[in-house]
Design a protein around this ligand. Structure first.
Ligand code: ZN
Ligand code: ZN
Length: 274
């Protein structure tokens, strides 16, 4: 039988018996069939296509339009989106008062209801199928913001070993581990290595959710260490995390990396609060 027809029949049968639950509204829906979704290479300027690839798979038709990309004007340091959509990027009041340990933090999309559910499903329900399409969105943000930058190492924010054992995976590493295979075939290559062992978490902190800014800073303080300082000496590092809320976690990681001799630390997250 023709492979396309076979796939179509298989898809119709499987969606009839196993409808999807929409990640945004929680309703059951039948996923539309698309032959093109087999192609999973990203196209550098096409964030909308990566978002569509993700929403086609996990979001019902009526929730698809509710997606917000992080767009300028943003803070040149922490990446916060300014409420006024006019003018260019500039430093926000908070970063003027208290500069961060990293140089810039950038995010792909706004941390809305859909992204909250997507990340919670990946982290706590073990829906690791979400990692690759979410990773494509993150990769596009990487190409957009950091492809011109001189980077040496990419480091996913680590989990405490006990938590890693319990969960079985680091969701950030899952999202970025096969970036190289998703790059467009022509003219793109991966400029740096992903290292998941350089930065380690040595304190089992409680979840940052529900804590205010001061509590978050206190909770995360001194909870990371550098395995081998010579690995990061004079290096330009990109830290990757799933969500940027107050920035306390990535700022603490950046502090440790700078203390350990890193030249520059930047931050990329999948989502960001507004
Ligand atoms: Zn929905
Ligand atoms: Zn800022």
């Amino acid at each position: 039988m023709d492979q396309k027809i076979f796939r179509q029949i298989f898809h119709s049968l499987s969606t009839a018996f196993f409808p999807n639950r929409c990640l945004a509204c929680g309703r059951l829906y039948h996923r539309p069939f698309s032959l093109s979704e087999q192609n999973s290479h990203v196209h550098p300027e096409d964030m909308n296509k990566a978002l569509l690839h993700f929403t086609n798979k996990f979001v019902c038709g009526s929730c698809v339009p509710n997606f917000s990309i992080v767009e300028s004007p943003v803070c040149t340091m922490c990446g916060m989106m300014f409420v006024s959509r006019e003018g260019g990027d500039h430093l926000c009041g908070k970063c003027q008062k208290e500069p961060k340990h990293f140089t810039t933090a950038r995010a792909a999309v706004v941390y809305d209801n859909l992204m909250t559910n997507a990340i919670l499903n990946l982290k706590y329900q073990g829906r690791i199928r979400l990692a690759r399409p979410l990773g494509s969105i993150l990769l596009l943000a990487f190409l957009h913001y950091f492809s011109e930058q001189d980077l040496d190492i990419i480091i996913p924010v680590p989990l405490y070993p006990g938590k890693f054992k319990q969960r079985g995976f680091n969701q950030v590493f899952l999202m970025i581990q096969d970036w190289e295979t998703q790059l467009p075939e022509n003219g793109y290559w991966f400029p740096c290595k992903i290292h998941k062992k350089i930065l380690q978490k040595n304190k089992n902190t409680s979840a940052q959710t529900g804590l205010n800014k001061e509590q978050r800073v206190k909770n995360i303080k001194n909870s990371f260490h550098i395995e081998n300082q010579s690995d990061i000496s004079e290096k330009n590092i990109l830290l990757v995390d799933d969500v940027y809320t107050t920035g306390s976690t990535v700022n603490e990681c950046a502090k440790m990396l700078k203390k350990g001799g890193a030249r520059r630390v930047d931050v990329l997250t999948l989502a960001r609060t507004t």
